[in-house]
Design a binder for this molecule. Structure first.
Ligand SMILES: Nc1ncnc2c1ncn2[C@@H]1O[C@H](COP(=O)(O)OP(=O)(O)O)[C@@H](O)[C@H]1O
Ligand SMILES: [Mg+2]
Length: 411
């Protein structure tokens, strides 16, 4: 990494001569450091992920992928990076598309030296500001997790934990809300996202209403920033966790695409240590996007044959989707010792160990749901709350283990 306040630049052009010319021009400006050159869109994306540049100078026509697609991918991977497009004169249509993809500025080819340098300085200044904003806002999280340019566990990002059951009514919302409170503290802030877009009840169960919901983020999924997020999330007063509520009416669910949902989740990973996603049983686009983005899946079943059969079907699907079985924390809820279907037997039968057993306790759970007060806070010493605390511990451990393995793989 270069010195402080130096603008890291990547040049992207398929013609070697153009790259060389620009590099030579930039050599004389002390604030600018060229940290990489790419010949194709794909190469540009790889290098951008690696180098996290402030500015990318992007040729628009390249053999494998056009500069617009590459711009979009880079902006998504490194949000503070500013892209300057180089194109032949008069490409108005391209310019418009490039702007929608998140390009910051345009220069016609070949650029005038002064124009080029001042455009880079402008874009660079903005990128450095954005980078600092990100850094100060998430310093706690980043210092905890170290630097990460890794795979699925991307250490600097929060962990997505999907609470899912292919059968409804088994306790997803109960577990998701209580687990969210259990995992939350100053160092590891938690947001709970209601992915039951039609009939989500997370905000009801937590007794927090607001007129804002995920609908307000969906249309802005490409231009999220911490202020927009702050505005839309609701704070659960009793615990401090954040809530991203489901739409206020079931018919609004259609307005949210899987892609938008994915982008919102990815953005939340920059702000929170744990993103707990409560789901409904159907495999909607949003649920699939959540599963795809997740580091941990908490799969819930109860002691009855339909729930267990559905869990089996889901595990089969997980194999097809090549989901690492270790990312699945198989949990049995509403467990009653008098029922002869034991968690051990279910685990053996489905070849997926049950790692968390949550007892049936109507006297604690039902009033907690109805009053909108998570029992994890009010009945800490009861077995049902202890079981959630132990699940939270398992989540933390599993995340640490797998992140550690990733570091070892990279080294
Ligand atoms: N461990 C438990 N003991 C007793 N009742 C429970 C338990 N977990 C959940 N419940 C009850 O089961 C019902 C369904 O729970 P909920 O969390 O809404 O399920 P889902 O989100 O999967 O549809 C609720 O009425 C809740 O009070
Ligand atoms: Mg639910």
């Amino acid at each position: 990494m270069g010195e402080d306040n130096q603008i890291r630049v990547i040049l992207v052009d398929d013609i070697a001569e153009t790259r060389e010319n620009i590099r030579k021009i930039l050599q004389f400006t002390a604030e600018i450091e060229v940290v990489g050159v790419a010949r194709t869109g794909r190469e540009a994306i790889d290098i951008a992920k690696e180098e996290k540049p402030h500015v990318v100078l992007m040729d628009i026509n390249m053999p494998d992928m056009d500069g617009i697609k590459a711009t979009e991918a880079i902006r998504e991977a490194v949000p503070f990076t500013q892209v300057i497009i180089l194109s032949v004169q008069g490409d108005v249509n391209y310019m418009r598309r490039a702007m929608l993809a998140g390009a910051r500025d345009f220069l016609t080819k070949p650029p005038m030296v002064d124009d080029l340098i001042s455009a880079i300085l402008r874009a660079g200044k903005l990128a450095i500001e954005e980078e600092e904003k990100e850094a100060t806002r998430y310093h706690a999280q980043q210092s905890e997790l170290g630097s990460g340019r890794l795979g699925k566990f991307q250490l600097t990002y929060g962990k997505v934990i999907v609470v899912y059951s292919p059968k409804g009514g088994v306790g997803c919302t109960t577990i998701a809300t209580n687990l969210a409170v259990a995992l939350h503290n100053e160092e590891t802030p938690v947001v709970i996202v209601d992915c039951n877009l039609q009939f989500g009840d997370v905000s009801v169960v937590l007794n927090e209403r607001s007129k804002n919901s995920i609908i307000d983020l969906a249309s802005r999924a490409n231009e999220l920033d911490p202020d927009i997020i702050e505005e839309v999330l609701v704070t659960h007063a009793a615990s401090g966790i954040k809530i991203l509520a489901a739409p206020s009416r079931p018919e609004y669910a259609e307005d949210i695409t899987g892609e938008q949902f994915r982008k919102i989740i990815q953005y939340l990973r920059k702000l929170y240590s744990y993103i707990i996603i409560d789901t409904a049983s159907g495999l909607t686009d949003a649920v699939l996007a959540s599963i795809d983005a997740s580091q941990i899946i908490i799969l819930i079943a109860t002691q009855d044959i339909p729930a267990i059969n559905n869990a089996r079907l889901f595990l089969d699907l997980a194999d097809v989707l090549e989901i690492d079985r270790r990312t699945i924390l198989f949990t049995m809820n509403r467990v009653d010792k008098r029922i002869p279907i034991t968690p051990e037997a279910v685990g053996e039968n489905l070849k997926q160990e049950v790692v968390s057993v949550i007892p049936f306790d109507e006297r604690i759970v039902v009033p907690s749901i109805n009053r909108g007060v998570p029992f994890i806070a009010t009945a800490k010493t009861k077995p049902v709350a202890k079981a959630i605390l132990s699940l939270a511990e398992t989540v933390r451990q599993r995340v640490t283990e797998m992140a550690q393995e990733e570091i070892e793989e990279v080294q």
